[in-house]
Write a protein that binds this ligand. Structure first.
Ligand SMILES: Cc1ncc(C[n+]2csc(CCOP(=O)(O)OP(=O)(O)O)c2C)c(N)n1
Ligand SMILES: [Mg+2]
Length: 540
């Protein structure tokens, strides 16, 4: 069934976007994209605007990650698009279905030197699943629909379209294609059986579940598989919270024992990258479960690597009827390690030191955060601590930058999270260095009545770089920031509120005030610059 649509290029684009469930745009103004604004404005389609294009793309990515639907950023020609490239690249690394629509200088006088005349495609092609210039208004609905289908098809990812000025400003008409449902990709049943046999027969298996498990709506299937085969589960990225922390098979802190002693490591929905020792777990056999054949690792040879719809693969694991080893002793051993680490963490999180240690900040936050709160990490060491001490109890509540590791996601992710979940707590955990990238967008949050809480771990340094540089060279450069800077005053000046906290005992009441404020509120916590996050490798 197709519907006929007509109007200017912006209206034609919006009709296709709506059909795919896109519900808002994030943008920063530029004349090249006015028709998209006109279409939105005249039909009541929400527009959220920002102070730097990267925040628009990060906001769109947060919507995509949290709601598992396309997120939309509209960027003006030239610098608008180039400012969005770190956001696009993050979405590419994170497999987030983000659509960026760019303005573009007019085609009819291409080469004459129009304002911002540049070909964006060679820049964005390497970090998108699809990038295309749409030359006529009539072609826009087709191009938008095709791009969104591509973005939503596993392995998901960002797509880019730009519209020359005359294409988006001129009037056209076209058939509006009905959204193409994404058909689940059937995995090879033999490969699935081989993987299931390996896991079931293992003496000490471990599952690590990552972002694609949440993105692929496979959380319930993961739980069924883990329970049926009795395998301990660790998580990363958007996989965090897939099993509630109190589940007998949910583990977070015994990772070193688990990965050191496992005989089969099952990695589901996340690449075998630096976060997972590049897939090298000593003598353990690796089962790598991926949502598309393109995601199979090229640098290691897993014992099995089923590719396809993660729900289908995990449900098949759950239904496996062959022989299985008993894993009770293994689970108990990990539980003992987990409990011991938990007790150590609890002591750290109660630390009553002066200056405040980051661990204490998270001890207080654990009391202040509701189970469905969205937490966002943007920073270095301060965020590593967040990963260690905060335990999301629901999937789809934890936003980290992912393997691209781009500082500056903070206010963009916060905007996308607030728009996605108007009634939940949204809390950004920020390094003071990271704050410099996006804090101006507090103005956007204030103006558009999007309250969030920002907790800055203010150690006065680029901690994750300063400590390793000192360790390597005995000195450091380019690693200092102004100590005790009043980031709360910056937020106040932008129309929000905040306070500085220097004593551990004052943290709890400050967080209560922050979550009650109803405006963007920054808790500027002066933390100990001597505190370095312990890592096995000092380079990040
Ligand atoms: C855009 C970008 N620039 C630089 C880096 C390198 N980098 C990673 S962590 C870090 C330090 C972050 O400092 P801060 O946000 O203050 O957190 P802290 O480590 O001090 O807790 C830097 C500079 C990066 N990841 N992304
Ligand atoms: Mg810092």
């Amino acid at each position: 069934m197709t519907e006929r649509v007509e109007g200017h290029g912006g209206a034609l684009a919006l009709a296709a976007l709506r059909a795919y469930g896109v519900r808002e745009m994030f943008t920063l103004s530029g004349g090249h994209v006015f028709p998209l604004y006109d279409a939105a404005h005249t039909t009541g389609f929400p527009i959220y605007d920002v102070r730097h294009e990267q925040s628009a793309v990060f906001a769109a990515e947060a919507v995509a990650k949290l709601q598992r639907r396309p997120g939309l950023a509209v960027l003006t020609a030239g610098p608008g698009v180039t400012n969005g490239i770190s956001g696009l690249t993050s979405a590419f690394f994170n497999a987030s279905p983000v659509l960026v629509l760019g303005g573009r200088a007019p085609q009819f006088r291409w080469g004459s030197g129009s304002l911002q005349e540049m070909d964006h495609l060679p820049l964005v092609a390497p970090v998108t699943k699809h990038a295309e210039t749409v030359f006529t208004a009539d072609d826009i609905p087709r191009a938008v629909s095709a791009a969104l289908t591509t973005a939503l098809t596993p392995h998901r990812g960002p797509v880019f379209l730009d519209f020359p000025l005359e294409a988006i400003f001129s009037v056209g008409d076209a058939d509006l294609p009905a959204p193409t449902p994404v058909a689940p990709v059937e995995p090879d049943p033999d490969e699935v059986t081989r993987a299931a046999r390996l896991i079931a027969a293992a003496a000490r298996p471990v599952i690590i579940a990552g972002s694609d498990v949440y993105a692929g709506d496979a959380v319930a299937a993961l739980r069924e598989a883990a329970e049926a085969l009795q395998v301990p589960v660790f998580t990363n990225g958007m996989g965090r919270g897939a099993l509630p922390p109190q589940h007998p098979l949910a583990f977070a802190k015994a990772r070193r024992v688990a990965l050191g002693d496992a005989d089969v490591v099952v990695v589901v929905g996340t690449p075998l990258d630096f976060r997972l020792s590049f897939g090298d777990f000593g003598d353990a056999a690796v089962v790598h479960v991926v949502d598309a054949p393109t995601q199979r690792a090229g640098h290691v040879q897993p014992a099995a690597s089923p590719a396809g719809d993660l729900r289908l693969i995990l449900s098949a694991f759950a239904d496996h009827t062959g022989d299985r080893a008993d894993h009770a002793d293994w689970i108990e051993r990990l539980r003992t390690a987990e409990d011991a680490a938990r007790a150590r963490d609890a002591a750290e999180m109660a630390a009553d030191t002066d200056p405040i240690r980051p661990a204490r900040v998270y001890g207080e936050l654990r009391r202040a955060l509701a189970p469905d709160a969205i937490t966002i990490g943007d920073g270095g060491d301060f965020v590593s601590y967040a990963g260690r001490y905060l335990e999301p109890s629901q999937p789809g509540t934890w936003l980290d930058p992912g393997p691209y590791g781009c500082l500056g996601t903070g206010m963009g992710y916060a905007m996308g999270a607030r728009v996605s979940h108007p009634d939940r707590q949204v809390c950004v955990l920020m390094g003071d260095g990271a704050a410099g990238f996006s804090l101006m967008d507090v103005e956007s949050l204030v103006r558009q009545r999007l309250p969030v809480v920002i907790v800055v771990g203010n150690n006065g340094i680029w901690g994750l770089e300063k400590h390793p540089m000192r360790a390597m060279y005995g000195y450091d450069v380019a690693a200092d920031l102004q100590p005790e800077l009043r980031y709360d005053k910056v937020v106040e000046a932008l129309g929000g509120a905040g306070e500085t906290v220097a004593k551990a005992a004052d943290l709890g009441p400050a967080l209560v005030r922050a979550f009650d404020a109803g405006v963007p509120y920054l808790v500027n916590v002066l933390t100990d610059p001597a505190d370095a996050y312990p890592r096995s490798s000092n380079l990040a």
